[in-house]
Structures are given as C-alpha cells and as structure tokens.
Design a protein around this ligand. Structure first.
Ligand code: PLP
Length: 392
C-alpha cells in the first residue's frame, strides 16, 4: 500500500515523550512530567456547568459549520474590547481548537511551492502543517541574545516572491518571548507593503509576566486586512480538552476556511461551543491567581536551572514554559554513553531522573530542552531536585 506524500509527517516528539512518561507511570514508576502543554488547573466551574446544561437542553446537534452565532458574537466583542480589533461576525470562524484554526488557515492559503516563514524556535506543529499543505517552511533562526525575536532585517533577508505567509506566535511556545508593541509595529511597517499573509497565533495572550500582549493586526487597517488572528479557550480557561479555537480575519479568507471546515470536519462540538460562550462572557477572575501561581513556579525553576553548571535559562515573559540552553551538558557520559543532543538528554532525564521534559529539537533548537511549569509547585520543587541529582 502506498501512502500519500502528505502522510510523511514527523511524529510529534512532545506526544512521544508524554507517551513514554505515561507508560512509565503505568508501570508504577513515579515520573514527574514537565512535558504538558496545558494548564494544570481545572476548567472553571461555571464553564463546566454551561457544558452540562447544553447537554441537558439537548444542544447536542450539528451547529452551523462556522460555529453558533452567539459564540461568534462573543468572540467579536472580545476582540474589540480586549484587543482593539473590530470585525464583523462574518469575519470570525469557530474551530476545533486553535491547532485546527492554524491548519485551516494554512489549508486555504498554501499551495505547492509556497514558502511560509516560521521564526525558530517554533511550536512543533507549524512546520508539519505547512508541509502537509504542500508548502515549504522557511525558518528564521532567533537567539537568546536577541530575546528569541525576529527583526525587520530578518524579514527583509528572508521574504521573496515565493513567500506566502509568516506565522507569528507571541507569547511564544516554547521560548516565552513576548513581542512589545513597538517590536511588532516595526515588523508590521515593513510587512505592510508586501503581498503576503500574517498568521498571528495569540493563544497565550493572557499568560504574561512581563510587558503586555499586543496583536500585530492593530498596527493599521492595511495590516489587519492581511492578518489572520488565531486564539482559543484552551490556555486562558484551561479548556484544552474541549477543543475550541477561533479565527478572525479578512472575509474572503474566513469564508474559505468555513467552506473547508464544512467539508473536512464540520462544526466544532456543540457542547464545547456553549461552554466556551460561558467562558468568554464571564469575567476572568480566576486568571490573576493562575498567573500568580505560574509566576511563582517560573521564578523558582529559572533560579534552579541557572544554578546548574552547563545550563543557562532566560526568564520567559509569557506562556508557561522555560527553555534552557543545555548544550553545556553535551559531551558528558554515563554508563559509557555520550549525551550528544537534546533527545538523548531528555531520554536520560526520563530514565535516570524520572522527569519528563521535551527535547528542543522538536522546536527547532537542539541546544535546548523545554520544561512546562504547568504542574504543582510541589512537583516543580521535587522535579528540580531530581534534575540536579541526575545531572550531578
Ligand atoms: N498554538 C500554540 C503556540 C500552542 O502552544 C498550542 C497548544 O499547545 C496551540 C496553538 C493549540 O491550542 P489548542 O488546544 O487550542 O488547539
């Protein structure tokens, strides 16, 4: 049997590490996981109640493929009041998670031979999605010295006639970089004159420790007309399993996305849409406490990591990951085996330290590993103890 070319996708290293950690746990081995990409808080009670109510009220049927009108309206209001972005409801599409939103956008835009610029380190799924759509991911390598951010000069050097789009992700998974308004506007000023699309993945917008979230689409009408803003309820409301994301952008693109979605997956889950409506329509009183807790863990973990010889960790400004440079540990040996890269180090830490991390290679940065601090402070403290012990 011959599979289609588009099935030739790199397996997700994140999922692979998670699976191995779960397998060890199932065998009774006590593993602390720093691999999770989701908040460890429960979905707020009123959101759960709205989901249950939707079931009891038999809101369990197909909805319009682009989502229920009330939810699109709630997203419209959110984008207006929180992000300063005005859209019509016909410029909004509800999708089955922000991952689906990114994929939909690429699916309707990218053709064979198109290039899509992705700043590296990047979220694991972007390059594979581009490839599935027949495009070529083109990376702009950032560095910790430059705060893991790209500049106007980087764009100037990279954009060419094949460039179809760029994917921006601020706050960034995995680096935690948060672009300032000035930094984004400098990019926007340059991009204004270029015929290409900006896909702005803003799912971590509420998890910020330093600075504030700005959407690049606010720069000018011209930029807004070429930007696809993507967000969702997964990270802000701890609703990763509910699978609701949303897309806002130019009407013609949103219409194409709705057509595509209508045939590919149909409407996002009706029950989750009602739960997301409750989430978006009520004040996010719980968030301050969550971010405070994340910050406490972050400060601890960054301090601990930087106290280890061979490890250097920048302080993330957003999201819930640290992304230390661990290349100073490469070359060390154990049991006659040399650790040469982030994958070997991650497996070493899992098998010998009983902690699960994600190799930086998954994000296009083999000198790093990613640790999520979306796990209890108790786990963070014990995990750091194990890490230090395993590396000693
Ligand atoms: N974008 C980024 C940068 C992410 O890190 C994630 C999840 O980890 C997503 C999108 C997908 O979120 P969702 O759960 O809404 O599909």
């Amino acid at each position: 049997m011959k599979l289609a070319k588009r099935s030739n996708i790199d397996p997700s290293l994140t999922l692979a590490m998670n699976a191995r950690a779960k397998q060890m746990k199932a065998q009774g081995i006590d593993v602390i996981s720093f691999a999770a990409g989701e908040p460890d808080f429960p979905t707020p009670q009123h959101v759960k109640e709205a989901g249950k109510k939707a079931i009891d009220e038999n809101k369990t049927y197909y909805t319009p493929e682009s989502g229920i009108l009330e939810l699109k309206e709630a997203v419209r209001q959110k984008l207006k009041s929180e992000n300063g972005l005005e859209y019509g409801v016909d410029q909004i599409s509800i999708n089955s998670g922000a991952k689906h939103s990114v994929f939909n956008a690429l699916a309707v835009l990218v053709e064979d031979g198109d290039e899509v610029i992705i700043p590296a380190p990047y979220w694991v799924s972007y390059p594979e999605m581009v490839k599935i759509c027949g495009g070529t991911p083109v990376f702009i390598q950032t560095s910790k010295e430059k705060g893991f951010k790209i500049s106007r000069e980087d764009l100037k050097r990279t954009i060419n006639r094949k460039t179809k789009a760029i994917i921006l992700n601020s706050p960034c998974n995995p680096t935690g970089a948060v672009y300032t308004g000035d930094e984004l506007y400098a990019l926007a000023e340059f991009l204004e004159g270029i015929d290409m699309i900006i896909i702005s993945d803003e799912v971590y917008e509420k998890i910020i420790y330093e600075g504030e979230h700005v959407s690049i689409a606010t720069y000018s009408q011209k930029i807004k007309e070429k930007t696809i803003v993507i967000n969702g309820v997964s990270k802000t409301f701890s609703m990763t399993g509910w699978r609701i994301g949303y897309t806002a952008g130019p009407k013609a693109i949103i219409e194409a996305i709705n057509r595509f979605q209508g045939h590919a997956s149909g409407n996002p889950t009706s029950i989750s849409q009602y739960a997301s409506l409750a989430a978006l329509k009520s004040p996010v009183v719980f968030l301050e406490g969550w971010v405070k807790e994340f910050r406490k863990r972050k400060d601890y973990i960054v301090g601990e990591l930087n106290s280890i010889e061979g490890v250097s960790c920048t302080d993330p400004a957003g999201a819930f990951y640290v992304f230390p440079d661990v290349s100073g540990l490469y070359g060390r040996t154990y049991g006659g085996k040399k650790i040469k890269d982030s994958v070997e180090l991650s497996y070493y830490l899992l098998e010998n330290g009983r902690i699960a991390v994600v190799p930086g290679r998954a994000f296009g940065a083999d000198n790093h590993i990613r640790l999520s601090f979306a796990t209890s402070m108790e786990n963070v403290v014990e995990g750091m103890r194990r890490l230090k012990e395993a590396l000693a």
